[in-house]
Write a new protein. Structure first.
Length: 250
């Protein structure tokens, strides 16, 4: 579905009291009221009356939280580089297919967060309150993919990444890691087990990961993020099947 100004504008009031409120409140008039394809936003429509608005709210909250945390990471090394901004915009454009109004919303979020800053602790508390574990896992995956767009983490960016993971309550073993140099036991690494693991240990790890990463758990974020989550799910399934085949397990 991607982000649409008219739908978001109708339910933007849901955000105005939280840590994203100042940024979204300043942004909404510029993007939605002044844009050629949008009418001025309304905030008087209860979101529960329209399921489309409810889903747009959840996706907007996810996207705004992601961009807010990313800007905090960019500021961590004391310099915001143009290639970092391009990496964020490229992620939404190339990986998620954001175009037109959706892409404009992301650009405006980046601009506003860089200008106004972000209370990282408050933002992470808000995400933890409103998002379930699979959604927070997907957020960390997006953070990692964008941060690694240039091939490495700056140590200060890594520190922010780990701080965010801690604030979001993400277990260390669930954090994404670089796969630039695949190892022979990479399938076992993906499942989080040793290469000497028993059939029952492998199966148990697989089932636990399926519960955490099943793409249907993030269906509420829209088809773009659902497809992104599916990539991780397929990797888990593929690793499990390869291990079973190599061991002769049915």
């Amino acid at each position: 579905m991607a982000l649409q100004g008219k739908l978001i504008g109708a339910g933007i009031g849901w955000f105005l009291g939280g840590p994203l409120g100042a940024v979204l409140g300043a942004m909404v008039g510029h993007v939605f009221a002044d844009g050629p394809s949008s009418s001025a936003p309304r905030i008087d429509l209860p979101p529960q009356q329209d399921p489309r608005i409810a889903q747009q709210q959840r996706e907007l909250h996810f996207v705004a939280s992601l961009v807010g945390i990313l800007t905090a990471m960019m500021r961590a090394d004391g310099e915001v580089r143009p290639e970092e901004v391009r990496a964020i915009r490229g992620f939404f454009r190339e990986r998620l297919g954001y175009r037109g109004e959706s892409e404009q919303i992301v650009r405006e979020l980046i601009k506003r967060f860089l200008k106004q800053g972000v209370d990282l602790d408050a933002l992470c508390r808000d995400v933890t309150r409103l998002a379930d574990y699979p959604t927070r896992l997907l957020l960390m995956r997006c953070l990692f993919d964008i941060a690694m767009a240039d091939g490495h983490f700056h140590p200060r960016e890594q520190a922010v990444f780990e701080r965010v993971a801690n604030l979001l309550g993400i277990a260390a073993e669930d954090l994404p890691h670089s796969t630039a140099s695949p190892r022979a036991d990479g399938d076992f690494e993906i499942l989080g087990v040793k290469s000497s693991a028993s059939r029952e240990e492998v199966r148990s790890a697989y089932r636990a990961l399926v519960k955490k990463y099943h793409p249907d758990r993030v269906q509420h974020l829209g088809e773009e993020f659902h497809e992104l989550a599916q990539e991780k799910f397929i990797a888990i399934q593929t690793s499990y099947e390869r291990i079973c085949a190599s061991r002769g397990w049915p």
